[in-house]
Design a protein around this ligand. Sequence first.
Ligand code: FES
Ligand SMILES: [Fe+2]
Length: 389
Amino acid sequence: MNLFDPATYAGLRRPLREAETLPTECYTSEEFYKREVETIFKKVWNCVGREDFVKNPGDYFTRNLVGISLIIMRGKDMKIRAFVNACRHRGTKLLEGKGQCRDVVCPYHGWAYHSDGTLRSFNAMDQALNLDPKDYGLVEVKLDSWLGFVFVNFDPNCMPLKQFIGRLGEHTESYNWEDMVTVRHRETVINTNWKSYVENSMEPIHLPLVHKKSIGHVFASGKAGWKFTHGNPGEFTIMHTLTDKSRALLPGDEGFDRLPNLTGTAADGAQYIHVNPCTTIGADLDCMWFKHMVPEGPHKVRNIAAFCFPKSALERPDFDRLIQNYYKRFDLVIDEDNWVAEAQFEGIQNPMTRVGRFSHWEQNVHWFDNWIIDCVLGQGESKRLAAVA
Ligand code: FES
Ligand SMILES: [Fe+2]
C-alpha cells in the first residue's frame, strides 16, 4: 500500500455516512509517522500548557515535542519564551522537568544564559576570535498565547495563532479561562498511536461500555442534545452535550458553583473541544481540564493532563474536600480510556485487520482523519487558506 498516494484514501474522502476509516498502516507505520512529524507537528501551532505553569520570573517547564526538547520559561520581563533545550557550546541538554532558576547554567562546562535566553557568560573562551555573545543565545522557537493556553510553532513562516484558532473563541469567550488556576497535573504513557487516542475524545458512543462505572449514563441523558462542530475557519472540533449539571463529577457528588456569566453554547452544556493536532479541552460549567496527547513515535502516546478551576473555588473553605470528587472522576475516566486504547491498538497492529466504517456520531473523527491526510499529502495549507478567504 502506498500511504502517500491520494487514491489510498478514496474511502476516507467519501461523505461521512459512506466513508471508511483510515487504513491501519496510518497508525502503525514509521514512515507515515515521520511524515506527520514534518507536515503536522513542525508546521502547526502546538499547545504545550498554561501560562500559570510558569507564574514567576525564572519558572520553567520542559516539553518533548516529536523529539525536540523545549524549555518554556518566563523571563525577568514577565514574557514567556520557548527555547531549544540545548547548550550553544557543544549541545548539552540544559534542563529537565520543571522548576525555577535565575539563569540557565549548562551542567557540562558552565555556559550560562539569562532567563530571556541571551548568553550571560562562557568559560575558557578568552582566546576565541570573532566571538560575539549576541550570536550564541539559546535558540528561540515562536510562542504565543490564547486564553491562557501557551502554543509553540517550529515554522518561522507559520500563520498567526489567532488565525489558527479561527472562530473557536466564539464558543469559549464567556468561560474566563484566563482567571483559572491549574490545580493538578497527571501524566500517563499509553501504548497506542496518538491519533487513536485523539479520536477517542471526539465521539460519545464509547461511553456506555468503556465508562459504565463512571460517566456511561451521559450518552443517553445527553442523547437529544449532542452537537458536533468543526472549525471553518479554525483548527478545532467541538462535541457539545446539553446538561445543566457538571460533567466533571460523578452522579450525586457535590461540587463547586457554576461559572458566572456563561453565554451561548457554554451556558447550556459541556463542550469537548479538540485543537489540532493533539489537545483536547473539557470545557465544563464549573471547571476546565485539558490533555495533550503527544506522540512518542507511532506506537506510544504521552497523555499530559491538567485540571483548572476558578480562583473563587480555590478560596472556598471546603475546596480540599470537594476537589477530591473531581479527581476521583478524572482518574476513573482516564484509566478507562487508557485500557480500551491499548486493546484497540493490539487489534490495529494485527496484520489481518482491515479498514472499517464511521458512525454518524463520529463526524468529528472523520473531519480529523481527513485533516491528517490533507496535511500528510501536502494539501493542508491550501485548504486552510481557502477556509479563511
Ligand atoms: S556543552 Fe554546555 S558549556 Fe559546554
Ligand atoms: Fe472516553
